[in-house]
Design a protein around this ligand. Sequence first.
Ligand SMILES: [Fe+2]
Length: 483
Amino acid sequence: LRTRAWNAAMAASPGALDLDVLAPQVSGVTPLALRGGRLLSNGPGWTSIGGVTAHPFDGHGYVRAFEFLEGGGLRLRARFVATPTYRAEAEAKRLVRRGLATNVPGGPLRNVKPGPSRNVANTTIVRWGDRLLAGREGGVPFGLDPSSLETLGEADFHGVIAGQATLAHMKRAPEGGRLVLLSLAGFMKPHLTFREVDAAGVVVSKAEAALPAPLFLHDFAVTDEWYVIAGNPVRPLPARLASSVLGFGTLLTSIAPDLERSPVLYLVPRRGGPTRVVRLPGPAFVVHFGNAFQRDGAVTADICAFESFTFGGEFGYSGPHAPFDPSLPDARKPQRLVRLTVPAGQDVATATVLSAHGIDFPRVHPGWEGRDAALLFGATRADTRHSDPFDSIIRVDLRDPQRPPQLWTVPDGCFVGEPIFVPEDGREDAGSVLAIVSDGGRGETRLVVLDAGQLAAGPVASVTLPLLPVAFHGDWDAAAGRA
Ligand SMILES: [Fe+2]
């Protein structure tokens, strides 16, 4: 049942949607503080392409906007990001561009030539200025009209990041008013360029770092003075890389964690100066940052870290002609939420595990990113031996991690993704937690509203929708569609 439900949720592809759920159809009552705002969400929305199951990283970006209406109802609008790859494949009705982890059918000759990049804008969604930005690893984000969700084209910030491999994750600086983008060039000796853009999309600051060895980069954090990145050491697997170049294998499975090198944290100064290299006390393969902040010269970063990682089977992906197999992520040791603290002037971090649960998709109060946030919410598993696929939402008290966490678990056949915390009245510890429940068993998706103070009590409001594909990342847009 679980495998069938997971496959239903991963493969759901309802296409463009515009639907209103009237207030009487909402179970419970949506909090007044949410009304007029909306939850944005992005993730692959078309993965079975012409009979080939694409790796979720290669599925077409599908942006969803769940708007809480003033009268208590909910409006869902969903659109594909109309990237050149999407347009080509929608027209051809088959996979035409090779991806990070998916090859075009028809043999190696069809994959040997590096064609145009498969930037499917499927990973993140951020409201910035007068548009939405849909990001994907290794590409330039795509800009969308905030009301219609119509794709406006690559958002290259007046050409500044045109053609540059940019991280899907974009971060708000703690002082507000600035969005930080990270572009990456080179593999063996990576060159990083951080840029901060203002609300008008003008680059107002830039910092660079040259690193000595290959690393896996997916996320970062921003404090008052530092960009914090994990130096997850990786190495190319020569035989697999050759196979990928020749069109047989894929790029994603051509790299592996390099266990010979110690994991480090890099602290790159936001306003010039040398990059600090901080040794970590144990193995840590960091995918996501929960948050980071500075106090009395010390830098603290909350990370979600695996002990190690094997690329390729994410979300249970088992190849172009096999169902998703949730036992693949089940078999992996779960990632841990760990607080790293770098004392002033030192180059070794201390580590404290903040929860017995395996946690990913960590989020804090949006106004406390880069500051000492009180609460962290994440996706987890009730069974502490596993993490994804997730069946629970967890709340961790960062200032008192000994306090038992609050947990809300969904029924069998249901899965949850990244929780988004929407604070109420500027308070740091009160508000709503929004989560999307994929009920693959019953063939429906539920958008649930949890009370951040009473997570375990279950939803205060729940809206039943058609089954939507499992999403990656989301964001809260207080201004809804108003540009
Ligand atoms: Fe991510």
